[in-house]
Design a protein around this ligand. Structure first.
Ligand code: 0WK
Ligand code: 0WK
Ligand code: BGC
Ligand code: BGC
Length: 908
């Protein structure tokens, strides 16, 4: 008897451990650390390819910027609805995030409901899938008694690759896992959802890895990696902005959704792909794609085990070569089965039950062998994830130049959660592959929607603060109509009133526009908003309107602008003297036209009493005085030449004349520069001057001085007015012109910075400096082809260190302020052209506006918005805008020439 036992013992010893044959059969799936390090290195290379703008398009691993720039900082708060679509379960949730105080994190309350996604919708039309999502959302609101009417901000976890240009713009790239709905590729998923749920409040779309990182980041600030090992697999992490080529800016960090499921789609893993992987891929609905995911993800592990067991059975290595139909059937071994087979205690029993369920009669060794197949397949999965994770951790460590890295990985997914051995195996291999990284794995206990809500909370805070500051600048059609009506009332009142009125409507004593017969040489002096120009204009015979024009520009120092009147005019006289010398016409006694860009009351063409300074001028002893006289006095004081100033005109009038020389239909002059103003040809009954038409300098900059614009004036405008040289005056000008737009922007930036929304809440001396933000910067910052980086360099020039987010906000503020300015000028112009049309009893008016001013000429969008607004508000007028080439100086010379011609005619 003893001998028999001895033989059977040796026989059994001789009989091979069933796992050995599996090891041999699946040696290609057993990856050693060397191979894992190699895979990790390959993945690092793929990450670089995906991040770089040169190679991203061809890269398999897309490295998609998630537009999440920080992990939770405890300031998040609010109530959100959340949708979690793409994992094994579709969930609708309500998430309440309460703000934490001090270091204590706030708490988050969640209510959730899981809803089935009918199989036919997974491969039906995309719109039907979103209609289903919408229906479930409505059911949820109903069930939880949440009002359907109230606008609930919504966070959307969408677990598929999307190319995002912001948190709320996500172009869908491709399906994976068990989703195949048609007609959504390349579409904006936020838009698709909004259309389905007919709601706008969709604040943010995030990938489930990103949401998982944020969820875990709420409890552990070291959490900067999100990992999903579920139906599919994927990882995200906080990358340095300087490496994220697809997004502007190199300051700070941004979360990148690696979409590592596609690792190997370009053949990078070909020497690790086994025949079983190829079979799984071939039988999948997206062959050639998501290669890494098909080696790792829960949707495929069971299938891999089935195919291995099937082949071993066919080769007689299992079940004595018996093969059941069930074993031949795709999907009959699930990943849950794989997990069950590997359970500590009941693993073998479960294996037996599962094989029995497949109509097989497994021997104990068969069970051990099949269990071992599951082990090898799921072990390879965790090993591959470890290799991928090691690549990410190494990259973060190198990015931050750290010898050791302490970091937390937020994890979710059924495989990681339900497979008994998976987490331990993964942690162990990761720590072996990256020994200098102290990695904590944090299981996301409440799914990804908490994280999605946190992202939405940040987006909401950013948006609401921004909205709070910017919405006052957004004028509705109705408001613009009102401004047009008030401008009209102001124009009429100014014409009627003898006394002071907000819109002064100053007669210019210019009756005729040029008719091309003007001849001779003229001197023109042009005191504008920022410069003084002296021009020599020569209207010659021969080809129509052959004009020679020479000019010299003189900047006016601030101390002259705001010094004494005598100094100012002495300075002008000195410039004239210099110009006359420069042109060699000192003693030519040329008839002179003087463009004076400030409100002057005129009693004739050659006199003009300054009513009040505007823009940056405040020279003393000038208001109430005749500006022609003051200039003549100054010239007399020089006692070296004299001038025959035949006309003094406003720059709007000069501009109108200069453009009328090109286009006889030009009867309006518009300046949108340092200041703003308009003139136009008014009918005879204007005031008591007997003639057919006279040009009226409206001085529309004063609209609102009587409070008629108080309902659109914002606190920022009030601050700018308070700090201006003429508080309470020129209210319309302070909303629309170059002298002030920069200041309005600065006030908004100050407010946003104080609100912690900008420049990290750091209010620098620079930002507090009036006039630091010149309007030319608006034009630069708003130019379409100026990348955010260049916006940053403009801000840098101003001594404002900014992040990319800051640049975006600054660009948005500039846009809102200049847009309002252009719209208001458009509304004002609509009032003027409609008045002229009605003056003439016309149903339709064709008219040209001569325009000048740096804001109109140099700002990238101002002119276009002004045109569009005027068009919409004065539909019966076809208005052509003609930018003036030579400025109003030429216009002043023309007026002087017309003056001379008319004087001649009157004599004849
Ligand atoms: C739970 C998360 C969800 C994610 C899922 C992944 O809330 O966003 O998609 O985990 O795991 P799966 O359900 O695919 O196993
Ligand atoms: C150029 C004209 C001048 C006018 C100026 C306004 O020649 O008369 O004052 O445009 O533009 P700004 O220089 O204020 O931008
Ligand atoms: C998707 C990822 C997602 C992952 C985990 C993959 O199939 O492409 O976007 O994060 O599954 O759910
Ligand atoms: C002045 C106007 C001038 C306008 C444009 C305003 O400040 O009051 O007279 O036309 O600026 O330069």
């Amino acid at each position: 008897m003893f001998a028999v036992h001895l033989v059977s013992f040796f026989f059994s010893k001789l009989q091979e451990d069933p796992t050995k044959k599996v090891d041999r059969f699946l040696y290609s799936m057993c990856l050693n650390d060397g191979q894992l390090s190699d895979i990790s290195a390959r993945f690092q290379a793929e990450m670089k390819k995906g991040l770089s703008i040169e190679s991203n398009a061809a890269a398999a691993v897309k490295m998609l910027p998630a537009h999440v720039r920080s992990t939770p900082d405890g300031t998040e708060k609010g109530q959100f609805l959340a949708l979690d679509l793409g994992g094994s379960k579709f969930k609708v949730l309500q998430v309440k995030v309460r703000e934490g105080t001090g270091i204590r994190k706030g708490e988050v309350e969640m209510e959730e409901q899981t809803y089935p996604v009918p199989r036919e919708l997974l491969s039906g039309r995309g719109t039907e899938l979103f209609d289903h999502v919408s229906k479930c959302l409505k059911d949820f609101l109903h069930e939880k008694n949440i009002s359907l009417e109230k606008k609930h901000p919504l966070a959307f976890t969408f677990s598929f690759p999307c190319e995002q240009s912001s948190l709320n713009k996500a172009l869908f790239l491709n399906w994976s896992k068990h989703y195949r709905a048609r007609g959504l590729q390349g579409k904006d998923m936020i838009q698709a959802l909004r259309e389905a749920i007919d709601r706008t409040g969709v604040l943010a779309l995030v990938n489930d890895t990103v949401a998982t990182m944020m969820t875990c980041g709420f409890d552990d600030q070291h959490c900067e990696v999100g990992l999903i090992i579920g139906t599919g697999t994927n990882a995200c992490y906080m990358e340095e902005m300087r490496h994220v080529d697809l997004v502007e800016g190199d300051e700070g960090r941004m979360c990148v959704n690696t979409e590592w499921g596609a690792f190997g789609d370009d053949g990078a893993l070909k020497d690790y792909i086994t025949e079983f992987d190829r079979d799984v891929d071939a039988a999948s609905s997206n062959p050639g794609r998501q290669i890494f995911e098909k080696m790792v993800g829960g949707m495929y592990l069971g299938e891999l085990v089935r195919l291995v067991v099937l082949k071993m059975a066919k080769q007689g290595l299992l079940f004595d070569g018996c093969v059941s139909d069930a074993l031949r059937t795709k999907g009959r071994i699930t990943t849950a089965n794989v997990a069950a087979m590997e359970e500590y205690k009941n693993g073998l029993k479960n294996t037996r039950d599962i094989l029995m369920d497949l109509d097989l009669t497994p021997s104990p060794d068969d069970c051990i062998a099949v269990q071992h197949v599951s082990t090898i397949v799921s072990f390879r999965s965790s090993n591959l994830v470890a290799a991928g994770l090691a690549a990410i951790l190494t990259r973060i460590q190198q990015n931050r130049n750290l010898r050791t890295l302490r970091i937390t990985v937020g994890v979710d997914g059924t495989v990681y959660k339900t497979h008994p051995q998976y987490p331990k195996r993964l942690h162990k291999v990761v720590r072996r592959l990256v020994p200098d990284c102290h990695v904590r794995f944090l299981l996301s206990d409440s799914g990804s929607s908490k994280g999605a809500a946190l992202v939405a909370a940040v987006a909401q805070r950013l948006a609401s603060q921004r909205q709070k500051s910017l919405s006052p600048f957004t004028l509705s059609q109705g408001q613009l109509q009102l401004v047009k009506a008030r401008m009209r009332v102001g124009l009429e009142a100014g014409l009627r009133s003898k006394g002071p009125s907000a819109i002064k409507m100053l007669p210019s004593f210019v009756y005729h526009r040029p008719n091309g017969t003007e001849r001779g040489k003229y001197l023109a002096l042009d005191l504008g908003g920022t410069n003084f120009r002296a021009l020599l204009v020569h209207f010659k015979k021969g080809l129509q309107q052959k004009t020679r024009l020479y000019h010299k520009l003189y900047t006016i120092p601030l101390e002259i602008m705001q010094g004494t009147g005598e100094d100012l005019f002495d300075y002008l006289a000195a410039c004239v003297s210099d110009f006359l010398d420069y042109m060699g016409v000192k003693h030519a006694h040329l008839p002179t036209g003087f463009t004076f860009s400030f409100p002057c009351e005129q009693t004739s063409i050659a006199t003009g009493t300054l009513v009040s300074w505007t823009k940056g001028f405040k020279a003393t002893d000038c208001e109430g005085h005749d500006v022609v006289n003051m200039l003549q006095e100054a010239i007399k004081r020089r006692n070296e030449f004299d001038l025959d100033i035949a006309a003094v005109v406003n720059d709007t009038v000069g501009t109108m004349m200069s453009c009328a020389y090109e286009d006889p239909q030009c009867e309006i002059g518009l300046i949108a520069g340092t200041g703003t103003n308009v003139c136009y040809m008014e009918e005879k009954k204007a005031g008591d001057v007997e003639t057919e038409k006279m040009c009226i300098n409206t001085e529309w900059g004063g609209l609102g001085d009587d409070g008629s614009l108080d309902d659109i004036i914002t606190p920022y405008d009030i601050e700018v007015d308070k700090q201006s040289l003429n508080p309470g005056k020129q209210r319309f000008e302070k909303l629309t012109s170059g002298m002030y737009l920069g200041e309005v922007v600065r006030q908004v930036l100050l407010d946003l910075t104080r609100g912690g929304l900008l420049f990290r809440g750091h209010v620098t001396e620079t930002l507090k400096t009036p006039g630091i933000f010149q309007t030319k910067y608006l034009s630069q910052i708003e130019s379409d082809h100026l990348a955010l980086l260049q916006v940053r360099s403009v801000l840098q020039q101003l001594g404002l260190e900014s992040t990319c987010n800051d640049s975006m906000i600054v660009k948005e503020v500039c846009g809102a302020v200049s847009r309002r300015a252009a719209q208001l000028c458009g509304a004002g112009m609509a009032a003027v052209v409609d008045k002229i049309r009605e003056n003439r009893g016309l149903d339709h008016l064709n008219i040209t506006v001569g325009v000048d001013g740096a804001l109109y000429k140099q700002h990238p969008h101002f002119a276009g918005i002004l045109h569009d607004t005027a068009k919409v508000l004065a539909p019966q007028c076809n208005v052509t805008f003609l930018p003036s080439e030579e400025g109003s100086g030429k216009g002043a010379a023309l007026i002087t020439a017309v003056q001379k011609r008319e004087g001649q005619n009157r004599k004849d």
